[in-house]
Each structure stands twice: as structure tokens, then as C-alpha cells.
Design a binder for this molecule. Structure first.
Ligand code: DHK
Length: 150
């Protein structure tokens, strides 16, 4: 079965209790379950990893070569700082979707720039955790257009 790698970066393990007015009350486990459902509907399996460490995320991206068909990533704060994460994603060449739960463009100015968006196949911003499901559907359409029809 084709597989999507779901990556969540720093502080996303705190979902559910972290600034609920910004990130909502659903937990990371809820996000993983949501992504698994959306992926299954599109004919994909899911491997999920959350890490607070940039290098762990980079290693997972490297390892995805040969084990995953695409990546759904919410890089957390690394979105706005990490050239290395961008280089890992462009380096492996897998299609990927960038997700942000909050509307980063309506928040502090330092959140307006992403090092990933211009090289991402799909970008979903400010749709709450439901944005992960949309990212899965759109990425599935990029990877295997027929599997997302209907
Ligand atoms: C999550 C984070 O942890 C922040 O650092 C980003 C993003 C926004 C989100 O909305 O999912 O700035």
C-alpha cells in the first residue's frame, strides 16, 4: 500500500493543552487518527512521527526515501527558521504538504515567512486540525491523481 509519512515538529506533542485558543483542543493522537482516516479513504497508509528535534525530523525525511510516497509535515516553529529542513525535503524529492493549524499570516510577523512553502506541493494554513485531512487529500491527488477521484 502506498504510504504517507506524517511529521509533526516541535511543541506539537502539546496539542490539546497548548494555547487552545490558537491551536484548538484536539490532541496529537486525534490528528494522527484524522490523518489515518483521510489517508485510508485515499488508498494510503500512514507512518507518523512527532519530534522536538530538528535532526530527528531530517533523519526521518531521509529515511522516507524508499519507504514513503509523500510527506505531510507541520514543522512547527522550524517553518520559520530551518533551511536544513527545506534542504532535506528538496533533497529527497518526495512530494510534500506543509500544514499549519493556525493562520500564521494573521499572527506575529516572524511567522509570515516559511522556508518550505515555495517548494511544497500543497500548503494548508489556518484551517485548524481539519487542515491535515485536506492536505492528505490534496497530496494524494498529486501522488496518484486517480486515487483521489470520487
Ligand atoms: C505551529 C507552531 O508550533 C508554530 O511555531 C507555527 C504552527 C504555527 C501551526 O499553526 O500549526 O508558527
Amino acid at each position: 500500500m502506498p504510504t504517507l509519512l506524517l511529521l509533526n515538529g516541535p511543541n506539537l506533542n502539546l496539542l490539546g493543552t497548548r494555547e487552545p485558543e490558537v491551536y484548538g483542543t484536539e490532541t496529537l493522537a486525534d490528528v494522527v487518527a484524522l490523518v489515518e482516516r483521510a489517508a485510508s479513504d485515499a488508498g494510503f497508509g500512514v507512518a507518523a512521527l512527532q519530534s522536538n528535534h530538528e535532526g530527528v525530523l531530517i533523519d526521518a525525511i531521509h529515511d522516507a526515501r524508499g519507504t514513503a510516497d509523500g510527506i505531510v509535515i507541520n514543522p512547527g516553529g522550524l517553518t520559520h527558521t530551518s533551511v536544513a529542513l527545506r534542504d532535506a525535503l528538496t533533497g529527497v524529492g518526495l512530494p510534500f504538504a506543509e500544514v499549519h493549524i493556525s493562520d500564521v499570516h494573521a499572527r506575529e510577523e516572524f511567522r509570515h515567512h516559511s522556508f518550505l512553502s515555495d517548494v511544497a506541493d500543497v500548503v494548508v494554513v489556518g484551517e485548524g486540525v481539519g487542515g491535515y485531512a485536506r492536505a492528505v487529500r490534496e497530496l494524494a491527488g498529486v501522488i496518484a491523481p486517480s486515487s483521489s477521484r470520487g
